[in-house]
Design a protein around this ligand. Structure first.
Ligand code: XMP
Length: 527
């Protein structure tokens, strides 16, 4: 059993970062909604509890509160922002309503040599006080600390910027230690988790493989498992892990919808079937997909058709494997976190996302999700440890509907063939062009890059002749979360080189343009 830190989520946009930072320090942590029941918390047996930030005001009637047991378990508790305020309120202090809430840089002064901040500082001010550079969340303020607490830090505009009760090991911070703008954030979280909670840093990917393998074997016994392999990181790592655990009891189904990148099907088969010895059924369903897409131009209709066809093809294959009792999926932790207060349920659908994950319950299979506890970067680390090629594991994301959303309007095989070749030239150039300043390739400096096929013809000239051919747009973005993104400022020479190669090598394309739209208002994909 690992030592665990429980994070109760009050709906902050950055709650996931708390868990990630703690895991980076090799301590296992999980996020749960602030209102989980007390029995759960007791059984979870945390070494410490963190109360996240959140959008509400403690001064509003009915605003969220931490379950009382948080303060009764006798374990250290850290309240961050809203978490600090509800802690103050629940333990008998006073919180004052602020007018606006904004994030911002602040320099706070440490007070009273608390065990939380002892020896943690960025600089000394003229008077010799320890100072910290932090990312504050201004808004409501703690006006009176509860009995037993002493002042831990302050700023002129926020006199109680942090508070500590070293006796009970309760701490409150008005700033966010989990964001990188708080320079000593890592030291603060380490202090809390490793020293004050005394959690053992035993969360290591190497051990994780052994534990996961054992757990999968226990769960599955001698039954059989099927998995939809897409070639993406999550399903690939899930396949490699399952194969390590149960070998031939795993059968992967790889549906080729004809909308994959250049040589992708071959690569998936080589990596899994030839190299790792995984049983993979390669279904070439490109003719069915393309025929269903004939004449369809509406982006949402295209997505729905591809999604539905995928399920149909997969289901037909699954039905042939009569001895399979389990369906494995590459669901990862950010997909399962049940967060509070983000209003996700009512969120507006910009595009209907299709994932290999969306398979129907009618398959009547038990669900196996071996990556459910892991963040994306942990999944990647695991993949490399399991022997997958790093180039596959660190690949840019690729949407489930594939080139179907990168060929605008009607999808035709001829268009897909042109696009695949143009895209491969772009990606190859990004991989081989090294930025002098950082020493990294432009592939690694971008989060996602690809070519888009525009079914419009324009006039060109080649040799002595006039051409009238299609256009390809290049898209490259930089982003952390894919919710917002900047277009990448690729070097002009790189763009020029890609354009020359595409126009010279891909007969049928005579013009290349670069997409300089940010998200929002544009999305990353064109459809
Ligand atoms: P947008 O275009 O909405 O894309 O800015 C954000 C990210 O999501 C990816 N994407 C998808 N991924 N199934 C997926 O698995 C989909 O249907 C899908 N649509 C978009 C997109 O590539 C980008 O990384």
């Amino acid at each position: 059993m690992h030592d665990k830190i429980l994070i109760l989520d009050f709906g902050s946009q950055v709650t996931q970062l708390i868990a990630r930072r703690i895991r980076e320090s090799h301590v296992y942590s999980e996020i749960h909604p602030y209102d989980v029941d007390e029995v759960f918390i007791r059984e979870f047996a945390p070494k410490g509890i963190i109360l996240s930030g959140g959008p509400n005001s403690v001064t509003e009637a009915g605003s969220p509160r931490a379950p009382q047991i948080v303060f009764d378990l006798g374990v250290p508790v850290l309240g961050i922002c809203y978490g600090m305020q509800t802690m103050a309120d629940q333990l008998g202090g006073k919180v004052e309503l602020g007018r606006v809430r904004e994030f911002g840089y602040a320099e706070v002064r440490a007070h009273n040599h608390t065990s939380f901040l002892n020896d943690i500082e960025d600089f000394r001010d003229a008077a010799g006080h320890g100072m910290l550079k932090v990312w504050m969340s201004h808004g409501d303020k703690v006006a009176d600390m509860p009995a037993g607490f002493k002042l831990m830090a302050s700023t002129p505009s926020c006199p109680i910027a942090a508070m500590a009760d070293d006796e009970r090991r309760f701490y409150g911070l008005q700033w966010h230690p989990e964001v990188t703008h708080t320079v000593q954030g890592r030291a603060m979280l380490d202090r809390f988790v490793l020293e004050l909670c005394g959690a053992n840093p035993d969360w290591e990917m190497g051990h994780y493989i052994d534990e996961a393998v054992e757990k999968i074997r226990e769960q599955v016994g001698n039954e059989h498992v099927i998995l939809g392999l897409s070639g993406g990181v999550d399903s690939s790592v899930a396949a490699a892990l399952l194969h390590r655990a149960i070998g031939d009891q795993l059968t992967c189904v790889f549906v080729d919808h004809g909308l994959l990148r250049l040589n992708e099907a071959e690569q998936v088969m080589t990596t899994f079937a030839d190299h790792l010895g995984v049983k993979v059924i390669h279904v070439d369903a490109s003719a069915e997909f393309l025929s269903k897409l004939t004449g369809v131009t509406d982006p949402e209709a295209k997505r729905k058709i591809i999604g539905a066809e995928f399920v149909e093809v997969f289901q037909a294959e699954a039905n042939k494997l009569t001895d399979a009792q389990w369906l494995a999926q590459g669901t990862i932790y950010p997909d399962v976190i049940e967060s509070a207060g983000k209003g996700k349920k009512g969120a507006h659908t910009i595009k209907s996302h299709h994932n290999v994950g969306g398979l129907p319950e009618t398959l009547n299979l038990k669900l196996l999700e071996p990556l459910r506890e892991l963040f994306k970067d942990e999944v990647r680390e695991l993949g490399v440890k399991l022997g997958l090629p790093p180039a596959m594991v660190y690949r840019h994301p690729f949407p489930g509907p594939g080139l179907g959303v990168r060929i605008l309007g009607e999808v035709k095989r001829e268009f897909a063939d042109l696009l695949r070749r143009a895209d491969a030239i772009f990606i190859e150039t990004l991989r081989t062009t090294i930025d002098k300043e950082t020493g990294k390739s432009w592939y690694d400096l971008t989060s996602q890059a690809f070519a888009v096929f525009l079914p419009v013809k324009s006039v060109g000239v080649m040799g002595d002749g006039r051409t009238y051919e299609y256009v390809v747009a290049l898209r490259a973005v930089q982003t952390l979360d894919f919710m917002t993104a900047h277009w990448a400022h690729l070097p002009h020479e790189l763009l020029g080189h890609v354009s020359n190669r595409i126009i010279n090598e891909v007969r049928g394309i005579n013009r290349v343009v670069y997409d300089i739209s940010g998200k929002p208002p544009a999305t990353i994909e064109w459809e």
